[in-house]
Design a protein around this ligand. Structure first.
Ligand code: LLP
Length: 414
């Protein structure tokens, strides 16, 4: 069975019991389902098949090399958000022509590297950045391919920390400035204007804002083409949300694709998509062991895990909801508890008033839908080692990142 399912009361990943993996590598650990990633990519690609398009996997969601390589083998190209992600993309086997470079604050070094490599597109965030890219390219007697990121002032209706498409957010240039800016910049010998880009936020659970953003992009693209600028693509960013609550799909990708295609098809430009979470989020779990159970008199019952905000920051940072389930189902009666981590912060809480089968020390649980923005956001706060990651794929499992050792942790220190 692909994905995470119970078989004979044991939670499995693509058929492999998670308890076996936890025994082998220890906890906390991340486990990924290759089959889930494969099917998420196939669904999205099928939905956009009617038009020329390219999926550029947003490495920021999960940039573990084996995961990036798997996405590359499935036909994805790359969206890198920093110099570091560009290097990871190259090491995963992407050529520069398959990498788009996004990000609101690109340093001089990052821009120089991007121009020298000749990336598929640098998604410029401001007039100043276009200017800097032009100057770097002209000094190298080359032309950099750029797309302009616009801020369409659309409310993605996601968590405010991950909404990026409103005027009050720091991202992109105001819609109305895009055409004059690009027509002026097209004169620069160092720039080849190849596209127009927007990304209005992440974990977007309704199609309407995504469709509106696509329509806004199409309108600008039309104006630019009309002004004599031969664009090559429209980059609609990422942002499709996933079903953290487990109540049923939140965004139907076929419906999403239809809306984007309808808005952009008349222009005949190819589409770039930058999906992250929707491809890898449901494909990962964080496995942890209960290290303590305690109850304040007349108060709350705490289940303390060996994983916390250092392994999975989303609950502490956004109050994000993740389902928490036992590796072994059935047996004991369910009780209500607060599931917390071991870090010395009260925000280090994975879930309040959760039902788990009367937890005991040594029990194991899985925190679901942590394949995106899980391992990548891990830290060594409290000098906790970055956890190992296991990929189950095509009938076998392997450790794709081993647990950080104390020596690894201190490697860069004098
Ligand atoms: N493109 C750009 C320019 C982005 O900034 C992002 C995400 C993506 C694509 C991918 O978006 P996705 O398809 O994954 O929604 N740490 C937060 C999410 C931050 C997303 C940042 N940008 C979280 O844990 O929810």
């Amino acid at each position: 069975m692909p994905g995470f399912t119970y078989e004979q009361s044991m939670l499995t990943c693509d058929g492999v019991p998670l308890a076996t993996l936890a025994e082998a590598v220890g906890t906390p650990c991340y486990v990924y389902s290759g089959a889930t990633i494969r099917s998420r990519v196939a669904d999205l690609a099928a939905a956009f098949a009617p038009v020329p398009h390219q999926l550029h996997y947003a490495l920021k969601a999960n940039s573990t090399l084996a995961i990036v390589r798997l996405l590359r083998s499935l036909g994805c190209e790359a969206d890198a958000n920093s110099g570091g992600e560009i290097e990871v993309a190259l090491r995963a086997g992407f050529i520069p022509d398959q990498i788009v470079f996004t990000g609101v604050g690109k340093s001089r070094d990052e821009l120089e590297r991007a121009v020298t490599l000749g990336l598929k597109a640098i998604n410029a965030e401001s007039a100043g950045e276009l200017e800097r890219i032009a100057a770097i390219a002209e000094a190298q007697s080359t032309r950099a391919r750029v797309a302009l990121r616009v801020n369409p002032d659309i409310d993605a209706r996601s968590h405010p920390h991950i909404s990026t498409g409103l005027k009050r957010n720091k991202f992109g240039v105001a819609l109305e400035t895009a055409v004059p800016l690009l027509t002026a910049m097209a004169e620069r010998p160092g720039l080849e204007i190849v596209g127009i880009h927007a990304h209005i936020g992440s974990q977007i659970t309704t199609i309407e804002p995504l469709a509106r953003a696509a329509r806004a992009l199409a309108e600008i693209a039309r104006a630019l083409v009309g002004a004599g600028l031969p664009l090559q693509h429209i980059d609609v960013g990422g942002g499709v949300g996933i079903d953290y609550e487990g109540t049923g799909a939140v965004v139907d990708v076929a419906e999403y694709a239809r809306a984007v295609i309808e808005a952009t098809r008349p222009l005949g430009l190819s589409l770039i998509l930058e999906p992250g979470r929707s491809l890898v989020g449901p494909a990962g779990v964080l496995v942890a062991t209960v290290v303590d159970v305690k109850e304040h008199p007349g108060g709350r019952r705490f289940v303390v895990l060996d994983a916390g905000m250092t392994e999975l920051l989303r609950p502490a940072l956004y109050g994000a909801y993740h389902r928490i389930v036992p590796l072994a189902a059935g047996g004991r009666p369910p009780v209500l508890c607060d599931v917390v981590g071991p870090v010395c912060e009260s925000s280090d809480t994975f879930g309040v008033d959760r039902e788990l089968p009367d937890p005991r020390v040594g029990d194991r649980v899985a925190v679901l839908d942590t394949g995106a923005y899980g391992a990548v956001m891990a830290s060594t706060y409290n000098r906790r080692p970055i956890p190992p990651e296991v990929l189950v794929d095509e009938g076998a499992w392997r450790v794709v990142r081993r647990r950080m050792s104390v020596d690894d942790m201190l490697m860069a220190e004098a």
